[in-house]
Ligand binder design. Structure first.
Ligand code: URA
Ligand code: SF4
Length: 217
């Protein structure tokens, strides 16, 4: 079976899964979304109210902020895979329980194996804990960890910034760092030849222009 077909099969298995207690309260399971070939995969915690309604990841308020963060990283939703550590909504958005995480892990592990992304971005502490033992997000947010043949970047959960507005610029800055990691170039600086059009040699009887003026170019 091709990787694309297998990803589709996992999706269907998740939609009908009864492996943990979260199956009982769900409206729609949320397998995850994205192309079958990606450089970057994002892993959140679990579906919330709107995700449970629509069967899609990050479509509520946290999702709206995630869209802004993706823009800061120069990424589009359509070019990344987004999923969660548990695929069904925990009641009242409570934390997933250890047995639910364990029951659901097979799906995430196979998604990672099939997608084989260069970079995994963890959103929040449950997906961070999958890769980094005893990590403290306040210390390792925005950091890249080489794990096997890929990088795992540990980020605050976007929803954290909805409760703590001070985290907003921190998340934006951390996401902007992904540009470098993904080899997206900074704007190209002007070539020396172009600059030479505006910088003429200083004549002998003339003081050089002050640096503030030069820097205008
Ligand atoms: N929060 C998550 O962790 N995942 C979602 O899909 C939505 C909100
Ligand atoms: Fe199955 Fe995961 Fe949903 Fe539990 S959370 S029922 S393991 S898909």
């Amino acid at each position: 079976m091709s990787d694309t077909n297998r990803l589709q099969t996992i999706r269907e298995e998740i939609l009908h899964c009864q492996k943990c207690a979260l199956a009982k309260g769900r409206n729609k399971a949320v397998p995850g979304e994205g192309p079958s070939s990606v450089d970057v995969m994002f892993i959140g915690e679990g579906p919330g109210f709107h995700e449970n309604q629509q069967g899609k990841p990050f479509v509520g308020q946290a999702g709206a902020f995630l869209d802004e963060l993706l823009a800061a990283a120069d990424l589009k939703r359509g070019e990344v895979f987004i999923t969660n550590v548990v695929k069904c909504r925990p009641p009242s958005n409570r934390d997933p329980m250890p047995e639910e995480l364990t029951a659901c892990e097979v799906y995430l592990d196979e998604q990672i194996q099939l997608l084989n992304p260069k970079v995994i971005v963890t959103l929040g502490r449950f997906s961070m804990a999958k890769f980094i033992e005893n990590g403290r997000i306040s210390q390792i947010h925005g950091k890249a960890h080489q794990i096997g043949n890929r990088l795992v970047v540990t980020m605050y959960h976007p929803a954290a910034a909805l409760h703590q507005p001070a985290l907003r610029p921190v998340l934006v800055e951390d996401f902007a760092k992904l540009r470098h990691l993904l080899g997206k170039e900074e704007p190209v600086p002007p070539k020396v030849e172009d600059l030479s059009l505006t910088v003429r040699p200083v004549k002998a009887d003339e003081k050089p222009m002050p640096p503030e003026q030069l820097s205008l170019f």
